[in-house]
Ligand binder design. Structure first.
Ligand SMILES: *Cc1c(COP(=O)(O)O)cnc(C)c1O
Length: 339
């Protein structure tokens, strides 16, 4: 293989050698299959194509200074996929099967795991789709679970930096008791238009308000929100946001740093009181927020007065990354070392 320019690979899809698949047929999961084709073949009446029976996950493997490969919070991703599947009537893949599949996909594509120094990592994308044919609106009776991996570059190419965000009032991502807490493709379809408009207007991403009242901050299309003030880490409590594993990890680290942690509804107006704020998720860990515009209200919330990431966000970011790359001890059991 031609040597990849690891620090400039960006965030797109790059083919790797293998993907792994497990089929669900006749009420049970089959054995793990290794595949070198990027294609899948399925029935045109598959439920994933018509009725959105699709759920996915996203996690990463990191190569440490010691050369070891570490996967972050594998069990949490297994559990979240089970919850998502449950939410849209797909069969749950047992945790052990999920872990076995992730480890296999990573090991088979070991040559694509970027070196420590690059700041890049291997993105792991598990997904499940309903493949059985239905025309009536019903869950499928056959499913396919796939994992592919692709190397992704460091999120902050020019260094950890703060970005502008925008509140959208024109669009909602998920209803109060809809599928917002499940990691399903349909939520993303619902966010594409708002996301494109935000990007075209020069923002990093759009923030959604609670769909019922448009009063409280929910989350971005693909990242949770947190704010920092008075030594407190505050993140929304809502029935329509996706429980981010990064957010959960940051709450633990904030507690350990002696901060208070609050999960509660956050009124939009409270944005003006935060000393720091960030969007958090697997892709960036933390994307610090410079400002949030609310164009329909003609208001701007300046969060980072100097336009730079704040000290608490920086500390949380560095700490989490250090654990992921194995630079700091894994005292919570978050890491699976690939043997
Ligand atoms: C995946 C996702 C996140 C981030 O979750 P992580 O587990 O931290 O990667 C946040 N919001 C939405 C809507 C998501 O789909």
């Amino acid at each position: 293989m031609k040597e990849l320019d690891w620090s400039n690979i960006g965030f797109g899809y790059m083919p790797t050698d293998y993907n792994v698949r497990i089929y669900y047929r006749n009420g049970e999961w089959g054995k793990l299959e290794i595949n070198s084709s990027e294609m899948i073949s399925m029935h045109m009446a598959a439920t994933c194509l018509h009725y959105g029976q699709e759920a996915f996950e996203g996690l990463k493997a990191f190569r440490g200074k010691d050369g070891k490969i570490r996967i972050f919070r594998l069990d949490e991703n297994a559990a979240r996929l089970q919850r998502s599947c449950n939410g849209i009537l797909m069969p749950e893949l047992p945790t052990e099967r999920f872990k076995e599949a992730v480890l296999e996909a990573v090991k088979l594509n070991e040559r694509f795991i970027p070196p420590y120094e690059s700041g890049a990592s291997l993105y792991i994308r598990p997904l499940m789709i309903g493949t059985g044919p239905q025309v009536g609106v019903k869950p499928a009776n056959e499913y396919l679970f796939i994992i592919f991996v692709t190397p992704v570059g460091p999120y902050f190419k020019g260094g950890f930096s703060a970005n502008p965000y925008v509140i959208t009032r024109k669009y909602d991502r998920a209803a109060p008791h809809g599928t917002g807490t499940f990691k399903v493709g349909g939520n993303y379809a619902a966010s594409l238009r708002a996301s494109r408009e935000a990007h075209e207007a020069g923002y990093s991403a759009e923030f959604y308000l609670d769909a019922r009242e448009h009063k409280y901050i929910d989350e971005c299309g693909a990242a949770n929100f947190f704010g920092i003030k008075n030594n407190t880490y505050i993140t929304p409590l809502s029935t329509s946001i996706l429980p981010s594993i990064t957010n959960k990890s940051l709450m633990q680290l904030a507690t350990d740093m002696g901060m208070e942690v609050e999960r509660r509804p956050i009124l939009e107006e409270e944005l003006s009181t935060f000393e720091e704020a960030g969007a958090c998720g697997t892709a960036a860990v933390i994307s610090p927020i410079a400002k949030i515009d609310d164009p329909e209200k003609d208001h701007t919330y300046i969060i980072a007065k100097d336009g730079k990431p704040g000290p608490v966000s920086t500390k949380l970011y560095n700490k989490l990354r250090a654990i992921q790359y194995g630079d700091e001890p894994d005292k919570y059991g978050w890491i699976t070392v690939v043997e």
